[in-house]
Design a protein around this ligand. Sequence first.
Ligand code: FES
Length: 284
Amino acid sequence: MTNLRLTKQLADLAEPLDHIAEPVQDAVTAVPQPVRDVLDGVWFGNPLHPALTDVPLGAWTTALVLDLAGSESADDALAVGILGAVPAALTGLNDWSHLKDDARRIGIVHALINTMGLTLNVASLAARRGGHRSFGRVLSGVAYAGTLFSAHLGGHLSFGLGVRVNRTAFESPRDRYGPVCDEDELNGGKLVGVDFEGEAVVVSRSEESGEVCAIAATCSHLGGPLDEGKRDGDIVVCPWHGSRFDLCSGEVRGGPAVYPQPRYETRVRAGKVEIRIAKDDKAD
Ligand code: FES
C-alpha cells in the first residue's frame, strides 16, 4: 500500500471524529491571540511545533539507545522527553486548530498516537522507578515505535498536505514592471486584487503615507485571499484565520502566519499602477 493510500485511509477512519473536532477547534481558537501568537511562533519567524518535537523525539531516541546499552541513564532521557512533549503538544494543538478535512483528520490520528506514546512513556518511567525495569523498557519501546509512525504522519501533514508551509514560497514573477490596475481603483481605501503574471497580488494606497503598496494576496499561512480581507488602517486581516499583514511591507503583524508576504515595488504611469517584485524580497 502506498503512503498516500495509507494516510487517506487513516483520514477516512478518523472521519467519525469530525463532530468532536469542531468544538475542540472552537475552544482552541478562543484562546487569546497573544498566547496563540507565541504558540504559532510569530515571534520566532517560523512555526514552533516542528522545532519543539525534536526534544521528545531526540530524548526518546537517546533513551532507546541507552536501554540497548543497558544504562539506567535511559530513565533521565525518558523523563526529558516526557517534559518536552508538553510544549510540543500545545503548539501542535494550536496548529491543528486551523485545519479541516483530511488534514484535520490525520492531525487527530497524529495526536492520538502521540498521546498514547506519552502515556506509555509515563507508565514506563513509573515501572522503572518501581523496580520493573524490563517491563518499563517494553512499554517505552512500544511507545517509540508509535512515536516514529506519528512523526511520519506529521511529516506528511507538512510535505504532503502543505500544512504550515509558506504558501508564497514559490512566487517568482519576472523582474520588470507591469501594469495591474488604474490608480483610481484604489480610491476609498479599497483593496484591489490583481493577477500579475500568474500571481495574486493585493494593491492598496497607504492611509499613512499615501504611497501605492502591493503585497502577495495569497496568505502565507494556509493560502487565504488577502484581497478579500478586512482593512484596518495599513493592515490587512486575512479572512480565513485572521493573520494580520502590513499592506506596504508585507510584515506579519499578528498570527497565525509566521512568514511575511512578498512585497512588490510600485509606480504610477499615466494613471496606471505598475508593479514588480521587490528586489530585496526575491533573489534574481
Ligand atoms: S490562511 Fe490562515 S490566516 Fe490566512
